[in-house]
Design a protein around this ligand. Structure first.
Ligand code: SF4
Length: 441
C-alpha cells in the first residue's frame, strides 16, 4: 500500500474484536509505520471529542519533506454496520462544534452505505445522461490522492475504513448480488475512495472476489493508483477488471498533486494486462489545460505502446457550473480559448449536468482523443462516459459504438473479453432517443 503518514490513527472500540479484522489493522499500521499503542480508541461517549480533534488538526501545520499532505490524512478504523438504520447524531455534532457534522460521526461509527444505486433509468433519462444502471459496493470513505477537481480529494479530513470485510461480503455483498441477479459486474468503490491504495494489507479484493466467484460475477476496482502488484497473487484474479482514471501529464501535474504520474499508472496497467486482467482506462475527468492536445496525444501513445486496453473512455470535467469550476480550479492553468468559449456559454449551461463546458467544446475534445486513439488501435472499444444523448448522437460514428449497446468501462454488464452480459432486466444502456417516454419502458 501507499507509504501514508497519518497524523493520527483512531479505532472504534471493538472494531478489532475479530482476529481477521485485527490482523488487517495491524498490517496497515505496520505498512505506515504507526505504533499500535498510539491508536486512539473511541466510542459514542468520546465521539464528539475525537471528531473535534480530527476537524481541528486538518490541514496539518507542517508537511515533512518527501511526503504529500494528502497522505497525512488520519485513518479511522471502524466496523461497517450491517443496517440501513442511522442514529440521529445532529445534536451530538452541534455539541462538537463547527467543522464536525453528523455524517462524519456516522462514518466514524461505521454507518456507511452498504451499497448504492447509480444511473437508474428514469433518473438518467431526466438528467439527460447516458450510462448503465448499476449497484456499487464499498467499505472506505476518503482518499489519499487529493485531486483538486474532487470534493473528497480537496477537502477530506480523514479516511475511514471498515475492518469487518468478511462479515461485509457475507451479509451485504452476497444477498445484494443474489437480489440483483441481472448485474454481472460490481464496483468496489466506496465514498470518494480508492481501495487499491490500501492493498494488499487491507485485503478487500481477496475476500470480495472470492465471494463474486462463488456466484459467477466480476468485480471492478476504480483507481487513480499505480499500486497494483497485489493483483498478481489474488486467488480469483480472473474475476477482476481494472478501471483507471487517467489524464494527460499537464493535468496530472496541476490538478492531481498526490496521485502517481501518468507514466506510473500506465506501467501498472501494463502489468495487469500481462496477468490477463482486463484493463479499461478512462480519461475522466478531462480538464483542457494549456497544451491539452499534446498531453492527450502523448498519454494515448504511451498507453498503446504499453498495452492494448479492452476499452478506452473519455469524459470532460462535468457536474459543475462555470462559477463553481472557477471557485475550485485555477482556470488560468486551462486553455484560454476554451475557457473563453465556456465563459460565454455559462448562462446556457447553468443547471446542465454535463456543464460547464458547452457541447461544441466537449465534442471537439472527444474528437481529438478518439482520433489519437484510432492511430494505434482499431479494436479497442472507444466510448464517452456519462455524456448526454445529444453527444452520443454526434459521436457514435466517430467512436464506432451504438449508444444503446455500447461497451465501456465499469458498467454492470461489461464482461471480460468485450462481451455485454445483457438480460431482460438490463437490455440496453440508459440511452434513449429524443421523445422516448420512460414510463413506457
Ligand atoms: S464507464 Fe460506462 S458504466 Fe462506467 S460511468 Fe462511464 S458510461 Fe457509466
Amino acid at each position: 500500500m501507499y507509504a501514508l503518514k497519518p497524523i493520527k490513527v483512531y479505532m472504534l472500540e471493538g472494531a478489532d474484536k475479530d482476529p481477521r479484522a485485527r490482523a488487517r489493522m495491524e498490517r496497515i499500521l505496520n505498512a505506515v509505520n504507526y505504533p499500535l499503542a498510539d491508536v486512539v480508541t473511541f466510542n459514542k461517549d468520546n465521539l464528539a471529542e475525537v471528531t473535534r480533534e480530527v476537524a481541528d488538526q486538518w490541514p496539518p501545520d507542517n508537511v515533512p519533506e518527501g511526503t504529500y499532505m494528502e497522505w497525512m490524512r488520519p485513518l479511522v478504523f471502524t466496523t461497517t454496520q450491517m443496517t440501513k438504520f442511522r442514529p440521529d447524531l445532529t445534536a451530538l455534532a452541534e455539541e462538537a462544534g463547527e467543522g464536525v457534522h453528523a455524517g462524519m460521526m456516522l462514518e466514524f461509527l461505521g454507518y456507511m452505505d452498504l451499497w448504492r444505486p447509480y444511473h437508474q433509468r428514469k433518473d438518467d433519462w431526466e438528467k439527460n445522461y447516458v450510462c448503465w444502471p448499476t449497484w456499487d459496493f464499498g467499505t472506505i470513505s476518503g482518499c489519499s490522492h487529493g485531486c483538486i477537481y474532487c470534493g473528497t480529494g480537496r477537502g477530506a479530513k480523514y479516511i475511514a475504513l471498515g475492518l469487518n470485510l468478511e462479515q461485509y461480503v457475507e451479509e451485504a455483498v452476497e444477498p445484494k448480488i443474489l437480489k440483483e441477479s441481472w448485474q454481472r459486474c460490481f464496483r468496489l468503490i466506496g465514498t470518494g475512495a480508492d481501495h487499491p491504495t490500501f492493498e494488499p494489507e487491507y485485503g478487500a479484493f481477496e475476500v470480495y472476489l472470492n465471494k463474486l466467484a462463488e456466484h459467477d460475477r466480476y468485480g471492478y476496482f476504480h483507481s487513480n493508483s499505480d499500486n497494483m502488484d497485489w493483483v498478481q497473487g489474488l486467488t480469483n484474479r480472473d474475476r477482476l477488471i481494472g478501471i483507471w482514471s487517467i489524464s494527460g501529464a499537464g493535468q496530472a501535474r496541476v490538478f492531481e498533486p498526490a496521485a502517481p504520474t501518468v507514466e506510473a499508472r500506465i506501467k501498472a496497467m501494463g502489468k495487469l494486462a500481462e496477468w490477463d486482467v482486463p484493463v479499461r482506462p478512462k480519461f475522466k475527468p478531462i480538464l483542457p489545460v494549456k497544451g491539452w492536445r499534446e498531453d492527450a496525444a502523448d498519454a494515448i501513445k504511451l498507453m498503446f505502446e504499453t498495452l492494448e486496453p479492452e476499452s478506452l473512455g473519455f469524459c470532460v470535467y462535468m457536474w459543475n457550473s462555470f462559477a463553481s469550476m472557477s471557485a475550485t480550479l485555477d482556470i488560468n492553468e486551462m486553455d484560454p480559448e476554451i475557457i473563453e468559449r465556456t465563459r460565454e456559454a455559462a448562462d446556457e449551461m447553468e443547471g446542465i449536468i454535463t456543464g460547464p463546458f458547452p457541447h461544441d467544446v466537449r465534442k471537439e475534445i472527444y474528437t481529438h482523443y478518439a482520433t489519437e486513439a484510432r492511430k494505434y488501435s482499431d479494436d479497442t472499444l472507444l466510448f464517452i462516459s456519462t455524456e448526454s444523448r445529444d453527444m452520443w448522437d454526434d459521436m457514435a460514428e466517430t467512436l464506432g459504438q451504438d449508444p444503446k449497446y455500447f461497451f465501456c468501462g465499469c458498467s454492470s454488464t461489461a464482461l471480460p473479453g468485450r462481451k455485454l452480459g445483457l438480460s431482460k432486466d438490463c437490455p440496453h444502456s440508459t440511452y434513449a432517443p429524443h421523445g422516448f417516454d420512460p414510463n413506457e419502458e
